[in-house]
Design a binder for this molecule. Structure first.
Ligand SMILES: C[S@@+](CC[C@H](N)C(=O)[O-])C[C@H]1O[C@@H](n2cnc3c(N)ncnc32)[C@H](O)[C@@H]1O
Length: 241
């Protein structure tokens, strides 16, 4: 098994806790939580299917989304749970999904891919489960190509109302549940390199939200390139006789 080390300084034991939790979930996931959140997953994949190129699905789980992706897209999936991945690999083989180019055991907080590798990066029902959500957001941004999209589907908590009250009631059970009932949306909105372009409530009961971000071009790199181009044009200016 690949050694899992969190770049974020999140302790290694956190990731092993996640692996342990999803070892228990793997046999029943598709018929329980996986089914409950099907509407949001389907909606996100329909949106992604309008796009072209490569897709990285982070926290791909048992691969419930995989047969839904258009065959024109090249899909790579990663997950930290070998038990969930085993199910996903079975699904790929069973459905002959030759557009799935790889399913890798990997930590979302320490992605083993080059910068700007994927046209679309998606994480569904994952960001509240990872040990260090801000580090995962940085990684999603890093591996997304400029002009590409990062799509998140998740439950975000509310301050007010009965729902907020219930979420706060369950907050101390976060480590037992394996996800954070209290998780404000602000925690995923801090990146300067990702511009939020869409926010939609999803079924069931608007409990989940889809967020779409566009990765901004690297302004610092662009400015450097422009300065270099101007400097080199000045150097090669033809000299008048
Ligand atoms: C609730 S499941 C969602 C699975 C799938 N995205 C879906 O739509 O059904 C969360 C998944 O995130 C994975 N996960 C949790 N922490 C992770 C991490 N740090 N890196 C990669 N995957 C992680 C879990 O192993 C699990 O498969």
């Amino acid at each position: 098994m690949q050694e899992i080390v969190s770049k974020a300084g999140g302790s290694v034991i956190d990731l092993f806790d996640v692996q342990r939790a999803y070892r228990r979930w793997a046999p029943i996931y598709d018929l329980t939580f996986g089914r409950l959140v099907e509407a949001g997953r389907r909606h996100a994949v329909e949106i992604i299917n309008r796009r072209k190129g490569s897709v990285l699905e982070v926290g791909v789980g048992t691969g419930l989304s995989l047969p839904r992706y258009g065959r024109h897209l090249q899909i790579t999936g990663i997950d930290v749970s070998p038990d969930m991945l085993k199910k996903a690999r079975g699904r790929v083989a069973q459905n002959g999904l030759d557009n799935v180019s790889g399913l890798h055991e990997m930590d979302a907080g320490n992605l083993d891919f080059p910068d700007e590798e994927f046209d679309t990066v998606v994480a569904m029902y994952v960001i509240t489960v990872v040990p260090d959500p801000e580090q995962v957001m940085r990684e999603l941004e890093r591996v997304c190509a400029p002009g590409g999209e990062v799509v998140l589907v998740n439950h975000f908590s509310q301050e007010e109302g009965i729902r907020g009250f219930i979420e706060r009631l369950f907050a101390p059970l976060a480590s037992t549940l394996g996800w954070r009932p209290v998780f404000p949306m602000d925690r995923v909105l801090g990146s300067r390199g990702l511009r939020l372009t869409d926010k939609s409530s999803l079924r069931p009961l608007g409990l989940f939200t889809m967020l779409r971000f566009v990765k901004q071009p690297d302004l610092a790199a662009d400015q450097k390139l422009q300065t270099e181009t101007v400097a080199s044009q000045a150097r090669f200016k033809p000299v008048r006789a």
